[in-house]
Write a protein that binds this ligand. Structure first.
Ligand code: PMV
Length: 342
């Protein structure tokens, strides 16, 4: 028996991935850029064990068994890892041995907090340790086939997932733009508005967007390429003003496309919109961008803010969103005690 245990953090997209050009290989229609959080907050932890005595491949997520054989994505990741093990001449685990996977998230699963990104990144990295495969761009193509955004969580700091041009997906890889030490005072506050599972899974939301949204083509052709260049430059220059503006605009455009999808996908709720207004008012009062919001496929807000501005922003959030000002339980969590990634 042989085991490996790893931890992988979530990444939060600044320029969103939304839409695939190949469903099975998970090839995106546009490049995306994200920041990977540190390992002390939102993480997946996975143990993979291979043994001669296991009869089948099995997996448990947060303590409950999930059907391994019923998941083409899990199977594809394992198959790709086997392929890379052969290519790398690794003989650490005999190919006939079955594996057991136990994974836990320390945050709500599928609530638009990038749980699948952390989960598949953690699974693929754990498998790479087990099978003795190096962490390189090729490994990001394996994580990508579990969940697209997972390829970005294999690296820390700021990461770009390149859409690639080849049909086999071999150039659709994640590359680090800069490590987290490049901009060490960049913080993320997560405001958990609602931790229930999202209504429309991102796979379905993306399929329908590509099929029905008229805005998505404009985004892919005209908007994203320019934003990628500008955001890379902003990161390189520690330019928070440009960083914040692009991040907020891209979140808004992603949700505009979700609404332009037919039938529409509604991921943000009233509280999310109140947070957006609050951040714009706050920035106006502060006389420049002191905080930037972004929302994934759910109502929860991720706020980017520089370390020196965290206490003031937290104070303002607590004044505007006091925990007793909401009558529904779902609104309270996180707004009264935001989770701060250090
Ligand atoms: O990788 P998926 O299928 O969970 O899709 C992630 C999509 C967004 O989180 C909304 C955007 C992104 O780039 O992470």
């Amino acid at each position: 028996m042989i085991s490996a245990t790893c931890v992988a953090p979530v990444n939060i997209a600044l320029i969103k991935y939304w839409g695939k050009r190949h469903e099975d290989l998970i090839l995106p229609v546009n490049d995306s850029i994200s920041m990977t959080l540190s390992t002390d907050e939102l993480c997946a932890k996975t143990t993979v064990t291979a043994s001669e005595s296991f009869e089948t491949n099995r997996m448990w997520l947060n303590g409950e068994e999930v059907p391994f054989e019923g998941s083409p994505r899990l199977q594809r990741c394992l198959k790709e890892v086997h392929r890379l093990a052969v290519a790398n001449g690794s003989q650490k685990v005999p190919p006939s041995w079955k594996i057991h996977i136990a994974s836990v998230n320390n945050f709500p699963t599928a609530a638009g907090l990038a749980s699948s990104a952390a989960g598949y990144a953690c699974l693929v990295y754990s498998l790479s340790r087990l099978y003795d495969i190096p962490l390189n761009e090729e490994l990001t193509t394996v994580a990508r086939q579990g969940s697209g955004s997972a390829c970005r969580s294999l690296y820390g700091g700021f990461v770009q997932w390149h859409r690639g041009a080849l049909d086999d997906g071999s150039d659709s890889v994640a590359k680090q733009i800069a490590p987290s030490s490049h901009w060490p005072n960049m913080h993320v506050l997560i405001l958990v508005v609602n931790d229930e599972r999202k209504k429309t899974a991102s796979t379905k939301g993306m399929q329908q967007a590509v099929k029905t949204s008229q805005l998505i083509k404009h985004r892919v052709d005209k908007v994203v390429p320019e934003r990628i260049t500008q955001l890379r430059e902003a990161i390189a220059n520690h330019d928070f003003q440009t960083f914040a503006e692009i991040t907020m605009k891209d979140s808004n455009q992603f949700h505009a496309i979700a609404l332009d999808t037919f039938p529409p996908c509604v991921y943000m709720n009233d509280v999310s919109h109140r947070i957006v207004s609050f951040i714009h008012d706050y920035n106006e009062i502060m006389g420049g961008y002191h905080a930037a919001y972004t929302f994934d496929a759910g109502p929860n807000a991720c706020l980017y803010v520089l370390e020196e501005n965290v206490p003031h922003l937290l104070d303002a959030i607590q004044k505007v969103f006091p925990s007793d000002s909401f009558d529904s339980d779902t609104y309270l969590r996180g707004l009264s005690v935001p989770k701060v990634d250090k």
